[in-house]
Design a protein around this ligand. Structure first.
Ligand code: C2E
Ligand code: CA
Ligand code: CA
Length: 732
């Protein structure tokens, strides 16, 4: 399990939820949607506040500046109006005092106007301030000054004469009033400065507030970015990784659930899905690799295991694998007599016992039916496999109880040890199977180790058997002929046809290499008929073409397997019945052993064949156990004495005695005799001394091709004739 470590303690530990129940919103403790809506709302609110603060602040600042400057402007304007009105009024006052002609009613109107202006100025100046008092004082001083000089109100109408001496006093008090007005102007300017200073303060506040809001916004951005990484990016990343791992076949991977929010639910759903995929994968794998009946590994799993150990990554240890092949003896009988259900019950018990006999890292598999195999981790000596086989034999001694039946079971076991030259798993299995086959055929309930030589022989034979079927149709058979001579004159009386097989890859094969196989497969029938047909026609052609060979007979070897088969017998009879074959000049050779072993129709068949006019020779005579009485009933015309009687292993004296006995017997039964295997002049002398009429062997003539034999026949040559006979022949 390689899930990521959680870095968020707020999320509960991941527990894969059953995908069938679906995402349960009730179990959700966090909501990304809610949180992020809130976050965005917060950001929006901060932006809004920032905007409002900016707008309001700037507006306030502007208002403040405008209001201050407006008010001061008004103040200054009014004061200025007042000042110029006072100046012109003072001018007129001076003229009145110096008794210059002045419109006195206009002077009075001007005075009233100035009084109003004073009120205006007082009205625009801020209440309860020093300047209000100053303006009031200025007004009062102005009124008193005018009244003092008789210039105030209706008093001006009664003013007569020149008061020029009073003008300096009027000018002085007027200057005092002007100075008061100048005070008010100064004050206003000072106020304006104060107002502007306040605006600067406000502006500073605004900058600070705006900066603060900016810092808050930056902080919030950083915070939400981190939250996004933690709550969104990391879970999404681990989800992505989980999907990749699942794709790569890592079904154990689970995603850590950081928080129970929407992504947490997705992660849980993923975990549920991964768990489901995992379990169905395991089920499928188990089904694909196990035998459903016994729960053991199946053939595919066994082969996979063996194949893997033959692969590039295999270690030295599994190079010493042994494979034990087990086949239950006579299991078919259990199935037939007790039924398949009980047979299955027995197999289950057997599987359990087999498992009890191995070590933990050995693999027991059922290959099918009643066949089992065990992969054994063996030592260098390969002794563990044999030890396990022995344990199994002992474990099977105790009876099995299936239903009411008590069964005793044995098994045939074969083992193959992996060697450097073993190419693959299939070969190892074949070898173990072959060893088991030998154990079974060696009498069952036994253990057999694989033997490479026996196996090679067996596979070679199997391959030859397969190829035999096509030998006749493909024209791969050849015939050689070996002359049989009159031992006295050396004349060639007959020839024996000997078959060879020109195998496409193995070359020329001698009959001993394939005739026994043909007898096993049944191909002997086709081979036999081919030989009979070809050899008899070849001999007939020689008889016809070579004038002195008119009586030449042809000997053909017959396998006794050919005789009991009625269809084959018909085929042989048809060939012999053909006048071209000249049946009376055909000799059928049958071995004594074969005839003695097959009394079932063999002799009857020979008798039937003799109807066509052929003669019968008992081949290899002396090697079987035919008694004199059995020899009497055989439909024989000729005895071919086996070459062992001329062999060097038996002493000459013994050989002579035996040969003499056989020759005497033949004479008694009126049988012709051919001595086989004449290889040396001494043997020929012995045979002549014993009066043996005919002989065959390398010393006389080796088997040869049709062309070679034809040349020999055409030459009229005699094979090792007696000097006396030669003289006779020359004389006549
Ligand atoms: P066979 O019938 O006893 O044939 C004689 C065998 O002895 C031949 O071997 C021959 O080459 C060999 N031979 C001949 N002279 C000598 C000798 O002086 N010394 C030794 N050591 N051997 C000699 P070949 O051709 O290999 O045949 C072996 C056997 O195969 C035959 O024994 C015969 O039983 C069987 N055979 C041959 N052709 C046929 C056939 O067409 N049909 C059947 N059923 N069997 C055949
Ligand atoms: Ca023969
Ligand atoms: Ca023979």
């Amino acid at each position: 399990m390689d899930a990521q470590a959680p870095d968020n303690a707020s999320g509960p530990a991941a527990t894969p939820r059953d995908p069938a129940t679906g995402p349960a919103a009730s179990g959700r403790t966090w909501s990304l949607r809610r949180e992020w809506s809130r976050a965005f709302l917060l950001m929006l609110a901060a932006l809004l506040i920032g905007a409002v603060v900016t707008i309001v602040g700037v507006r306030g600042l502007m208002d403040q500046v405008q209001e201050t400057s407006g008010r001061l402007q008004l103040e200054l304007e009014k004061v200025e109006t007042l000042r110029s009105a006072l100046d012109s009024h003072e001018q007129l006052g001076h003229q009145l005092l110096s008794s210059a002609p002045v419109d006195r009613s206009a002077f009075l109107r001007q005075q009233e106007e100035i009084t109003r202006v004073f009120e205006d100025v007082a009205a625009v100046l801020p209440a309860e301030t020093e300047v209000r008092e100053t303006i009031a004082a200025a007004r009062q001083s102005w009124e008193e000054t005018l009244a003092e000089h008789g210039l105030w109100g209706s008093g001006v109408l009664s003013l007569r004469g020149s008061h020029v001496e009073e003008t300096p006093a009027l000018a002085a008090s007027s200057a005092g009033i002007r100075s008061k007005l100048a005070d008010i102007r100064r004050y206003s300017l000072a106020e304006m400065d104060k107002g502007l200073a306040h605006s600067a303060e406000l502006e500073r506040f605004l900058v600070v507030a705006r900066s603060f809001l900016f810092v808050v916004a930056v902080g919030a951005t950083v915070y939400f970015r981190r939250r996004m990484v933690k709550d969104l990016m990391r879970p999404v990343g681990s989800l992505h990784q989980g999907v990749r791992k699942l794709q790569a076949g890592n079904y154990n991977h689970r995603i850590e659930v950081f928080r129970r929010d929407e992504l947490g639910e997705l992660a849980e759903a993923f975990n549920g899905m991964a768990a489901a995929v995992h379990s169905s994968h395991e089920t499928l794998t188990h089904r694909a690799t196990h035998d459903p009946l016994t729960g053991l590994a199946n053939r595919a799993a066994l082969m996979e295991r063996l194949t893997a150990s033959f692969g590039a990554g295999s270690t030295r240890r599994n190079r010493n694998e042994g494979l034990l092949f087990i086949d239950i003896d006579d299991f078919k009988e259990v199935n037939d007599s007790l039924g398949h259900e009980r047979g299955d019950a027995l197999l289950i018990q057997l599987a359990a016992r087999l498992k009890g006999c191995v070590r933990s890292d050995d693999v027991v598999a059922r290959l099918g039916g009643d066949e089992f195999a065990i992969v054994v981790m063996d030592d260098d000596a390969g002794s563990v496999t044999a030890w396990i086989a022995d344990r199994i034999h002992r474990a099977l001694r105790a009876p099995f109880f299936v239903g009411d039946d008590r069964l005793t079971v044995t098994a045939s076991m074969g083992a193959a040890q992996r060697r450097p030259e073993t190419t693959d798993a299939a070969e190892l299995l074949r070898q173990a199977d072959f060893a088991m086959y030998l154990a079974k055929h060696g009498g069952k309930a036994r253990f057999q180790l694989f033997d490479a030589e026996g196996y090679d022989h067996m596979t070679y034979r199997a391959a030859l058997k397969r190829d035999l079927a096509s030998a006749v149709p493909a024209g791969q058979l050849r015939l050689e002929y070996q002359p049989v001579a009159d031992l006295n004159s050396g004349a060639i009386l007959g020839v024996e046809a000997l078959v060879r097989w020109e195998h496409p890859t193995l070359g020329l094969l001698a009959p001993s290499e394939f005739i026994p196989l043909a007898e096993e497969t049944g191909d002997i029938d086709a081979v036999g008929c081919w030989v009979l047909d070809n050899a008899s026609r070849q001999a007939a052609s020689w008889r016809k073409s070579l004038p002195h060979c008119g009586d030449l007979w042809i000997a053909i070897n017959l396998s006794t397997i050919q005789l009991p088969n009625p269809r084959n017998l018909v085929a042989i009879t048809r060939i012999l019945a053909d006048p071209a074959a000249q049946a009376e000049k055909v000799v059928l050779e049958v071995t004594e052993t074969a005839l003695a072993g097959s009394t079932d129709g063999g002799i009857a068949a020979l008798k039937a064949l003799k109807e066509t006019g052929v003669r019968v020779a008992i081949d290899d005579f002396g090697t079987g156990y035919s008694s004199l009485s059995s020899l009497a009933v055989l439909p024989a015309d000729i005895l071919k004495i086996d070459r062992s009687f001329l062999g060097r292993q038996s002493s000459e004296a013994q050989s002579a005695a035996m040969l003499e006995g056989i020759l005497g017997l033949a004479r008694m039964l009126s049988l012709d005799v051919i001595a086989e295997g004449v290889e040396e002049p001494g043997q020929l002398d012995l045979l002549r001394a014993l009066d043996c009429p005919m002989g065959q062997g390398y010393f006389l003539a080796r088997p040869g091709s049709a062309e070679a034999i034809e040349t020999l026949l055409a030459s009229g040559a005699r094979l090792q004739p007696r000097p006396a006979a030669l003289e006779q022949a020359v004389d006549s």
